[in-house]
Unconditional design. Structure first.
Length: 209
């Protein structure tokens, strides 16, 4: 499969994923009913209207990061529309920062308690750092390293998707939902890193051929 074909398939998948995510969170289950039903021992500070408002912002900027990040992997834009590529890159960076900030509020109320909130907060810390590293490489003309760090960063746009895939499989297999979700959180981080490195190595081999 050529890189161009893979990229087109990626854009199609991302478009469907974003539409589903927006529909699920803003229309089908805009009160996050099922998700909240699984939470136990919520803190006294939990305030549903505020939590929902933060979640809506979180979902929107996460979708924006997913879309802007995907667009910027276009080689045509990177080489022929550099100003747009740069501006869109900053849109991605700001979106990720907002995702991390809103996630920082949501994390203490995460299903699974501290065992889950800790890895969430670590991702919130290191995700923006990865983008800063990518920007530094871009400004110094190290484009291959810039791309590699953007790939590593971009995979974390799919953290929620992998969490739900892993937790759904385990839950349907008979595990407790809280345990399934906890494993899903840790598993998603591993999956993100493994897929990112696999893509980087694949692209590296393509360039050597």
């Amino acid at each position: 499969m050529s890189i161009r074909t893979f990229y087109k398939m990626l854009l199609l998948f991302i478009s469907i994923y974003i539409i589903y995510t927006l529909a699920d969170n803003y229309i089908l289950d805009n009160r996050a009913s099922f998700f909240l039903e699984q939470k136990i021992d919520l803190r006294d500070s939990f305030h549903l209207p505020l939590w929902l408002d933060v979640m809506y912002v979180h979902v929107f900027v996460a979708c924006l990061a997913t879309l802007s990040g995907a667009v910027n992997f276009s080689r045509g834009l990177a080489w022929h529309k550099r100003k747009f590529h740069r501006i869109n890159g900053y849109v991605y960076a700001v979106s990720v920062l907002l995702v991390s900030l809103t996630s920082g509020y949501l994390a203490p109320y995460a299903t699974g308690g501290k065992l889950v909130s800790v890895p969430f907060n670590l991702v919130n810390l290191f995700w923006p750092i990865m983008i800063i590293v990518a920007i530094v490489h871009a400004r110094k003309g190290r484009l291959d390293k810039h791309q590699n760090w953007m790939i590593r960063s971009y995979l974390f746009c799919f953290t929620n998707m992998f969490i739900h895939i892993i937790s759904s499989v385990l839950f349907k297999a008979g595990l407790d939902y809280t345990l399934s979700y906890t494993i899903g959180v840790y598993g998603s981080i591993v999956v993100n890193l493994v897929i990112a490195e696999a893509i980087i190595r694949y692209l590296r081999r393509k360039k050597m051929v």
